[in-house]
Design a protein. Structure first.
Length: 317
């Protein structure tokens, strides 16, 4: 199905007009539906904003690409650009075939890994399934999800970031687990519920030992935590830490397979079992376009599958 490139020269516009036009074109690129029958399922938009500055907007369907894959594609774009400018071929790591990934999944099935993971998730949810997370809303919940959403972004400064990381290390946990524990405790306080399920995305490429694979290989893990308000926050962190490691080791049985094992009433106004999600990403490395460094900027978000999604990006500062 290939990919498409679109190009616009905005360098003659005023700074205000240029910034507005960049936002308009990027949003239009993001909002355009994918044609799953004809493609393309990946498209890129190049906008020249000055004599030596440009903006690239890459948009891909989750059928063919995930966050890890997008980083690989972006690095290839930068490398091939550099090669063209320098007049030489740029060697890139070989890209595994999708058949290699499906073969690795089949090996997991034959080894009993999937069955063991399925038994684990049955033990987590077998006897009782927690009620839907009931967060306070400022309007009645619609009967059907519209998927409309938005994004708010904030920065944690070093005065808060460094003590947080130090506390996590002293407790034998990671910053991911600390922030996930904070998030779950917040959800518990907002909802008044002490049995919380949070969805955690986990990359599938490292799990099967295949790097540089461009596809959608994310497993979605519904992590369940029972909040005990009489215990310490450190105790909660250790509980979350153990639960997360257990879930990550069983990611061969993901969200869809878990739902097949559970008898859940279907509610068209929300996802089954999981209505809140949490993720922590490492910031992509700056891209080198023939000596010019490019930085990644998050695209505007107007859709959401969840009531609440909390994402941390570690920029190393």
């Amino acid at each position: 199905m290939g990919a498409t490139w679109d190009w616009h020269d905005l360098s003659e516009l005023s700074e205000e007009e240029r910034d507005e036009r960049v936002q308009e074109l990027a949003q239009a690129n993001i909002d355009e539906p994918f044609d799953f029958h004809q493609g393309p399922l990946l498209r890129a938009l190049l906008m020249k904003t000055g004599p030596e500055t440009s903006v690239i907007c890459v948009c891909a369907s989750h059928l063919v690409c995930d966050g890890l894959s997008l980083e690989i594609v972006s690095e290839d774009i930068a490398a091939f650009y550099t090669g063209i400018v320098q007049g030489r071929w740029m060697e890139r790591p070989p890209v595994p075939a999708l058949s290699d990934y499906t073969a690795a999944l089949a090996e997991l099935e034959e080894s009993g890994d999937v069955e063991e993971a399925r038994d684990y998730w049955k033990s987590v949810y077998g006897e009782t399934v927690p009620p839907d997370l009931d967060l306070p809303l400022d309007r009645p919940r619609p009967r059907r999800r519209s998927f409309r959403g938005g994004r708010l972004s904030y920065y944690l400064d070093s005065e808060l970031n460094e003590p947080m990381r130090a506390f996590a290390r002293e407790s034998g946990c990671t910053a991911f687990v600390l922030m996930l524990s904070v998030y779950e405790l917040m959800l518990s306080r907002l909802s008044g519920q002490d049995d919380i399920v949070v969805g955690i995305p986990a990359a599938g490429q490292p799990y099967v030992g295949i790097s540089n694979l461009v596809t959608h290989a994310v497993s979605f893990l519904p992590l369940r935590t029972r909040i005990d308000t009489t215990s310490s926050f450190k105790a909660l962190m250790l509980k979350v830490h153990e639960g997360f490691l257990d879930a990550k080791d069983r990611q061969s049985c993901g969200y869809g397979e878990i739902l097949k094992e559970l008898t859940l009433p279907r509610d068209p106004s929300r996802l089954p079992l999981v209505t809140a999600s949490f993720n922590m990403d490492m910031a992509y490395n700056p891209l080198d376009f023939d000596g010019e460094l490019a930085r990644f900027v998050s695209a505007p978000r107007g859709l959401s599958k969840y009531d609440l999604l909390f994402t941390l990006t570690d920029e190393g500062e």
